[in-house]
Design a protein around this ligand. Structure first.
Ligand code: PLP
Length: 366
């Protein structure tokens, strides 16, 4: 490039200060740090499915003959198959490369630089990250002591001219569901309500049927958690008709790759198996909760998702995280103004709970 200044000077200036998304480290990094081999790491930090995907998905991926052909940009077969699972018409459903991409699409649709997005914290980090990346501005509305959404504060923020409110339900990291009555109040506001139901299969509570009646409701879902496809990146959104039509026109073509579409389709054909693993996770969630509650230093929050948030008292949450990591057990810890001294543990298999509890006994009771 000619001239004294390099192309970095041409980068959109608001991007320079963006805080990167705090992603979970890959297994190999944990192995390198702890010396525990990949197959023995107990990964309870990403809310992934410890049972993996359906065996039929692996077979279908192996046998699929068309990886050299672009996938269907309009995702017709997948959207067709999703209709009965989701209970919404094909026209209203659009898939993405993980629900993360659907969040990006919402920004692409609605956010001009400077537009306001309401974020009910503590919550999933992508809402802040994507708003920042698109040049929007976040209005932060803290949740109450039990992590419920402060509806009155959201209403005030909306009155000041916000365009979107994001509500994860169940919320990550707290695990609680936002009641239907609260969402109905938000739907009366002149803003777009994005209800993120990434953990729907574990809570069995959905407001998808409301999309038909409310032209400002978008519901996001994913195959990452219940179907064990986090690594393949496939999610979907249920959109009001006009928004879905527009989104189909402005999304990148082929945004869901062929392998992801095959895997999602096959998952929908093997619901019995997948519902079985979801049932096992939900049962284990209760057992994990009871085990954690038995520690005097841990205060687990009730959860309708596949993870449990715990407040840590009279002990340092970060040191629990580090001590567990040294033993090859990965969890998340938080030490922010709203989550002072917390840990979050994804629900694993029964043997994972047992190993975790044994390690916690060692760490907390010595
Ligand atoms: C609330 C919430 N929404 C969305 C996602 C992202 O899901 P995906 O893997 O489909 O991008 C997560 C992942 O942790 C999440 O917690």
């Amino acid at each position: 490039m000619k001239g004294k200044e390099g192309p970095e000077k041409l980068i959109r200036s608001h991007l320079i200060g963006v805080t990167p998304y705090a992603y979970v480290a890959p297994l190999e990094a944990a192995t390198a740090e702890s010396g525990v081999t990949v197959d023995r790491i107990i990964k309870l930090d990403g809310n992934e499915n410890p049972y993996g995907c359906s065996p039929k998905v692996k077979k279908a991926l192996l046998e699929y003959p068309f990886y050299h052909i672009y996938p269907d940009s309009e995702q017709r077969e997948l959207r067709q198959a999703l209709q009965s699972y989701v209970g919404a018409p094909l026209e209203s459903i659009i898939a993405g490369s993980g629900s993360d991409e659907l969040i990006e699409f919402v920004m692409r649709l609605f956010i001009d630089p400077g537009d306001r997005v309401i974020n009910c914290v503590p919550t999933f980090g992508m809402y802040q990250f994507s708003t920042d990346a698109w040049g929007g501005r976040v209005t932060t509305v803290p949740r109450n002591a039990r992590f419920g959404v402060d509806i009155a504060a959201v209403k005030r923020a909306a009155a000041e001219g916000a365009k979107i409110v994001f509500i994860a339900s169940p919320n990550n990291p707290s695990g609680n569901v936002t009641p239907r009555e609260d969402i109905l109040q938000l739907l009366d506001l002149p803003i777009v309500v994005v209800l993120d139901e990434a953990y729907y299969e574990f809570s069995q509570k959905t407001l998808v049927p409301l999309v038909r009646e409310h032209d400002n409701l978008i519901v996001l879902r994913t195959f990452s958690k219940w179907a064990g496809l986090a690594g393949l990146r496939v999610g979907y959104g249920v959109f009001p008709d006009k928004i879905a039509k527009l989104l189909l026109r402005i999304k990148p073509p082929y945004n869901v790759n062929a392998a992801a579409q095959v895997a999602a389709l096959e998952s929908l054909k093997d619901l019995e198996y997948l519902r079985g693993t979801v049932k096992a996770i939900v049962a284990e969630r209760q057992r994990l909760f009871d085990r954690l509650a038995a520690f005097q230093k841990l205060r687990p929050s009730p959860s309708e998702a596949n993870f449990i948030l715990c407040s840590v008292v009279n002990h340092d949450a970060q040191s629990i995280y580090q001590e567990l990591k040294r033993r090859g057990i990965l969890i998340r810890y938080f030490n922010t103004p709203l989550l002072k001294n917390y840990i979050r543990i994804s629900v694993g298999k029964p043997e994972h709970t047992d190993a975790l509890v044994a390690a916690l006994n060692d760490i907390l009771l010595k």
